[in-house]
Design a binder for this molecule. Structure first.
Ligand code: ZN
Length: 249
């Protein structure tokens, strides 16, 4: 199994323990996200310390305020490391609105452009900003590998499939009331399907309310397999193949 998106540096336990529990649960590859300069350093350190771990580097929309050329250059330098396999997470968050929307947009566009230049996938965070997020992607990300982290746009599934956006499902797909999301999870083609924990956030139903960790991706994957009417091994093969293509690991 894989975890396409986690934040090891936000998890309480040391990376080593968290990774060990993930491996024991059958997780063979994890992508941890560095969301600002300090976090990027921690993501890279984790990727060097553990062969199962790779890094995604960028500036989160919450931290987008004031991201300038020097900030983008710092991401570019980090992205030159061979343990880095994607740019992000970037996008728009109008739910928490922690950075001015104009700064979020600028940081988003700059990171798409950077990912294009470096020929890396771009990992998207979008919350209550679907319309603007998808418009910017249509505009700037044509032909790129786009990953919709914590997929939450079931109403736009047709567009996602048409454009080849990879849909990465997090623990919230297991919640009893997530009917629209579950319908989307049944319909995503294998080659666009990934699964993630977004640890330490968004714990799946069986451990809901507790801090999440990459080992729990197995529970979300099991739920996805049930939704799709396939056995766990078949689901695992599909998401592993998608992740291997996206992250080249
Ligand atoms: Zn995240």
């Amino acid at each position: 199994m894989i975890d396409s998106h986690c934040h090891l540096d936000h998890c309480e336990a040391p990376d080593g323990e968290v990774v060990e529990r993930a491996v024991a649960a059958g997780v063979r590859r994890l992508a941890t996200v560095g969301i600002d300069d300090a976090s990027i350093e921690r993501a890279l350190a984790a990727a060097y310390a553990h062969e199962e771990v790779f890094a995604i580097v960028g500036r989160h929309p919450h931290e987008a305020e004031g991201l300038d050329d020097a900030g983008i250059e710092a991401i570019e330098r980090a992205a030159g490391d061979e343990r880095v396999r994607a740019i992000g997470e970037t996008g728009l968050d109008y739910f928490r609105d922690l950075s001015p929307r104009e700064d979020q947009r600028r940081a988003f566009e700059a990171q798409i452009d950077l990912a294009r230049r470096l020929e890396l996938p771009v990992v998207i965070h979008t919350r209550e900003a679907e319309e603007h997020t998808f418009a910017i992607l249509r505009d700037r990300a044509e032909g790129m590998t786009v990953v919709l982290h914590c997929f939450s746009a079931p109403g736009r599934l047709d567009e996602c499939v048409e454009r080849g956006y990879v849909c990465s499902f997090a623990g919230n797909v297991t919640y009893p009331k997530a009917i629209a999301l579950q319908t989307a999870a049944r319909e995503v083609p294998d080659e666009l399907l990934m699964v993630e924990t977004d640890s330490p956030y968004l714990s799946p139903q069986p451990v809901r309310g507790k801090p999440n960790e990459p080992a729990n991706v197995v529970q979300t994957a099991r739920h996805l397999a049930e939704l799709r009417g396939v056995d766990y091994e078949e689901l695992e093969r599909a998401v592993e193949a998608t992740a291997a293509r996206v992250f080249r690991w």
